[in-house]
Design a protein around this ligand. Sequence first.
Ligand code: MLT
Length: 411
Amino acid sequence: MTTINENYLKLKAGYLFPEIARRVKNFSEANPNTNIIKLGIGDVTEPLPEACRTAMIKAVEDMGDRATFQGYGPEQGYGWLREKIAANDFQARNCDIDASEIFVSDGAKCDTGNILDIFSRDNKIAVTDPVYPVYVDTNVMAGHTGKANDKGEYDGLVYLPISAENNFIADIPSQKVDLIYLCFPNNPTGATATKDYLKIWVDYAKARGSIIFFDAAYEAFITDDSLPHSIYEIEGAKDCAIEFRSFSKNAGFTGTRCAFTVVPKTLTAKVSDESDIELWKLWSRRQCTKFNGVSYIVQRGAEAVYSDTGKAQVKKLVSFYLENAQIICNQLKRAKFKVYGGVNSPYIWLKTPYNLSSWDFFDKLLQTAHVVGTPGSGFGAAGEGYFRISAFNSRKNIEEAMKRITTQFSM
Ligand code: MLT
């Protein structure tokens, strides 16, 4: 008899974004002539930078010539891309990260889940609440949790609540945790972390032999020069942190797929005999067995992000979405919404009006303004009463959506 991984049965309902898509589909089937504006999932809308497209077209031509054709690439990514990443994203910011510590992949979402392959089930895991749901669900799937309670909190996980009261910045837990997920600029709240704040976590992790999973998928949206883009800007982080990055939100690669994970060579964890093992070796072994690398064409496109023209085009793209975020914040504040984030971040986090629950506000917004956002409770129990709006859309749609929301909900 074939049996299943019963951890999947512990998962609460569907994954957040398919559930939103299901409700939107039902609404649009019942109201076929309605123009729905989607500011829910953080999916980009603007075209790929011209520098990336040109590089990908050239790479397609390379594939058509025996002399330049590429078969299987290195599972860790091509050396020329890893070198550019190390130089531009890290060494240029005084982070001592070498190309050999960078592992190119098809997504930060996949990597934050897949990384669990190299860790034991015995680790105590901490997540913020609210949190990007992938961190929680992948731990449930891997059998690292018990069952969920009525609020959707899983037994065995340590939840670190974030709210307006603590500026959406989690306090250090009183107990020892082994793996800690941090995401800055934060999804979903749009909060940012200062160097001093990250230093507290690095010191905590180093003192206790813990490891921080640092998700920096939105670092390109940081415009405040005092804020760190990478956790490796903090002294000691190379000994206690793995960082996840993506080309999805800066260069618009959500449909093209390219990201990378940094596993420093100095980062170790314990074997049951108390010896230490280098994690980059395990991650490399995992990738070589379960992954065949990102396509040559896509990696050439990602490489172009680091050319002078690529950098300028990416900057323009990010600025465009940040201007959208500013318009959203300004309009919502004018309508007396309580608004957070949206600066150094493409996400705006707001308190639902009239004390509506997150999903009630979602339904009301869809039905009356025909605008889709993301219910805060979908990111965790402490997200109840909040709502996320994404700035990833055309200017026309952002302006129209704000007009509709403020008309329907001015307080
Ligand atoms: C989100 O909306 O939270 C993001 O699109 C999720 C992701 O990048 O996977």
